[in-house]
Write a protein that binds this ligand. Sequence first.
Ligand SMILES: Cc1ncc(COP(=O)(O)O)c(C=O)c1O
Ligand SMILES: Nc1ccccc1C(=O)C[C@H](N)C(=O)O
Length: 419
Amino acid sequence: MTPALSATAGLHEQAARLDADDTLADLRARFLLPPDVVYLDGNSLGPLPAAVPAALDDVVRRQWATGLIGSWNAAGWWEAPLRVGDTVGRLIGAAPGQTIAGDSTSVQLFTALDAAAALRPDRPLLVTDPGHFPTDRYLADAVARRRDLAVRHVRPGDLPDFLAAEGDRVAVVSYSPVDYRTGELYDMRTLTRAAHDAGALALWDLCHAAGALPLDVDGLGVDLAVGCGYKFLSGGPGAPAFLYVARRHHTTLETPLPGWTGHADPFALADSYTPAPGIARARIGTPPILSLLALEAALTAFDGVDLARLRTKSLSLTGFFLRCVDALLPPLGFTPVTPAEPGRRGSQVTLRHAHARGLAVALAEVGVIADMRAPDLLRFGVNALYTSHRDMLTAATRLRDLGEKADYDPAPPTPGPVT
Ligand SMILES: Cc1ncc(COP(=O)(O)O)c(C=O)c1O
Ligand SMILES: Nc1ccccc1C(=O)C[C@H](N)C(=O)O
């Protein structure tokens, strides 16, 4: 056997052994994945959970068609943002009554950033990551303009020193625990504490963390958090986002969009706004019930799942993939940019390659769905609820085959607005 062949055989044995020991393997049946597809893009759009079609069918055919407007009460539609919020809350370490579901991540971010700045009115700075997802940066700029604040861009690693020097001027720090490009995981505890030591508020964007790893927003004393419903939570395209606000801020929380459903008595239809008690004051308008109830059904995929064990499996999958990369891809121009150290890794592996776009397109044609971020990052998102070690090896071997044969278009046309 050639060294290359024996390396592959060894990896096959390892994958088989790791999968045989996987006590979470049965969870894959909770998703309706196409056969013969290795889906490594659940960090962008989660696949369809098996519980969703029947739930949506019931919502549409029974609750809407038959129940009509009475379903706002009888089917619990009105309370859905709070109920689904609490279900997400369990995944992020939030006790009930602090998380609401609805609207988009961008709307929730704007709400959270603006409300946080209002809670620290004497402080002139918003601090965020220069590598943060663009919507987070644009909205920080927008809130700063609106409130006459300045934005400072500070890398997560430099944040404690920055806060030690200038923290008394900082209203809020806005970060993600997982870098969406590289998959690097930052220490929420250290950064939250550094913000608090400076008297600032800590706002976290959990888009790439919720449902992927255990979180403890209450335990860490996080002030506000947001996240989307369509990545690791698999709530469907454009699923409602969520907003968490720690209970201690509820009575003083002023949101920038005081819509009527956040009123203390919405159907009094009063002339002026009195905020509802608790997190309900963060409601804005009529909730998107079809999407909310699809998300609610999707979240049953987490029923009985211990997130610590899910994290252990996720690290096993990403760690194994990094070993596959190391064994199979070195001569082919791939460089891992995700930290090898497990404690610094989210649930994603990113490889740098000059032909990232061409490889992502070619991989999809051979049944491995990953994605890329310009110009040269190939991303493999790993949701341990439905991914096996064999899937990771399949991805690595197909990537090696493409790289070796180089028979793909290195710069294919973009398929449309979504790349
Ligand atoms: C960290 C982060 N925040 C926000 C978003 C998106 O916000 P929205 O759901 O409003 O499109 C994304 C991805 O699209 C993201 O990766
Ligand atoms: N919402 C989307 C709609 C269409 C295509 C991608 C997205 C993403 O979520 C991208 C993701 N935030 C990322 O980490 O790059």
